[in-house]
Design a protein around this ligand. Structure first.
Ligand code: SF4
Length: 353
């Protein structure tokens, strides 16, 4: 059975072919605008509601739900129909609510200190499974309005381009979310960034950079061996020019690895010509992780170095570390046997500006 968000509008019309034509709009708007379950669509005849409950049953089954930050952060673990497992994190802030969604079950990018990468790749998520995570978070956020989506959960979004873009179109066109409030995160899949530059929705692009010299980045993020920093910079420049959006670089601070004065100098020199904003991420504790995050004073010092060098940098507030929902921690509750290599998530479930 398709999940509630798996069908296109045309397919929904096919499903409701024997109903009056206005039912298609009712059900579509019920799912996307009002974010209702079929059982809650009381304007529908009972028989139709019952039928839809069956054929549009949720794709996501809640396996675990934890609250942290005094209820301001919620992390779900969802089981999918085939046993694959993903995680989704909702974060409330005084002025907004944001959900961090997964785009793949697992990930094949093998970044050196990512808990998701350690667990390997299971499969691509469908557009419907991605949209349904947002719908779940919207329902849970009530009465607050969820207005932002960050594609920074499990997986590399640009490695699942068509389905992720399908979700973006749906979130924007049918669920009313502004493209300005949608952020795609990538470790630097250059063909995907180039393709993004040709799209007509200017979403935010966040690149998980973490190293600004090829030798270190090759080690931390193997994708860099295919698309080294100069190639990545060209693709980012192309995206900034095409979209008019500001680029951001994510930088998880690791003591003695990428928090030295030379790292700040390389990062500032890389970010400045692109006008990129730098998000510094204090690293979260992760099982199997062989090195330490930079202590708070070191984080502040690194930021000062960057700003003194003319780069634009802020330190991200860590959310959800008490429930393994923070940067570097998705999937850490069910790791494969401990590895001696670094392990932490380089995409984050923390908030962007
Ligand atoms: S950091 Fe992102 S791209 Fe890299 S392994 Fe983890 S989930 Fe995949």
């Amino acid at each position: 059975m398709p999940g509630p968000y798996e069908l296109s509008r045309e397919e929904m019309a096919g499903l409701l072919a024997h109903e009056p034509s206005y039912r298609v709009r009712q059900v579509w708007d019920g799912l996307h605008t009002r974010v209702l379950q079929p059982a809650e669509m009381t304007e529908l005849p009972v028989a139709l509601r019952t039928h839809l409950e069956e054929v549009l049953a949720p794709s996501l089954t809640e396996a675990d739900r934890r609250e942290g930050d005094e209820g301001e952060t919620i992390k779900w673990r969802f089981d999918l129909h085939d046993g694959a497992r993903i995680e989704t994190v909702l974060m409330h802030y005084p002025d907004r609510s944001t959900v961090c969604v997964s785009t793949q079950a697992g990930c094949a990018m093998d970044c050196q200190f990512c808990a998701t990468g350690q667990a390997g790749f299971t499969r691509q998520l469908t557009t419907g499974e991605i949209v349904e995570q947002v719908a779940e978070a919207m329902r849970a956020a009530r009465p607050r309005r969820l207005s932002r989506v960050v594609f920074m959960g499990m997986g590399e979004p640009l490695a699942n381009y068509d389905r992720v873009w399908g979700a973006i179109v749906r979130l924007h066109g049918d669920m009313g979310l502004s493209a300005r409030h949608l952020t795609l995160s990538t470790v630097g899949l250059v063909p995907g960034i180039r393709r993004l530059a040709g799209e007509d929705l200017p979403v935010n692009l966040a690149v998980s950079l973490h190293a600004a010299n090829d030798e270190l980045r090759d080690r931390l993020l193997p994708i860099n061996r295919r698309y080294p920093l100069t190639v990545l910079a060209e693709a980012c420049q192309g995206y900034v020019q095409a979209s008019g959006r500001r680029l951001s670089f994510e930088w998880a601070l690791i003591a003695g690895v990428n928090d030295r004065a030379s790292d700040a100098a390389e990062l500032a020199a890389y970010a400045r010509p692109l006008g990129a904003h730098i998000n510094l991420i204090p690293l979260n504790p992760t099982p199997g992780y062989g090195v330490l995050g930079t202590p708070p004073e070191g984080v502040r010092r690194f930021r000062r170095m960057l700003t003194d060098l003319g780069a634009n940098a802020t330190v991200r507030v860590t959310r959800g570390s008490d429930i393994d929902a923070a940067c570097g921690q998705l999937a850490t509750a069910a790791p494969k046997p401990q590895s001696v290599r670094l392990s932490s998530r380089m995409h984050r479930s923390n908030e962007l500006r």
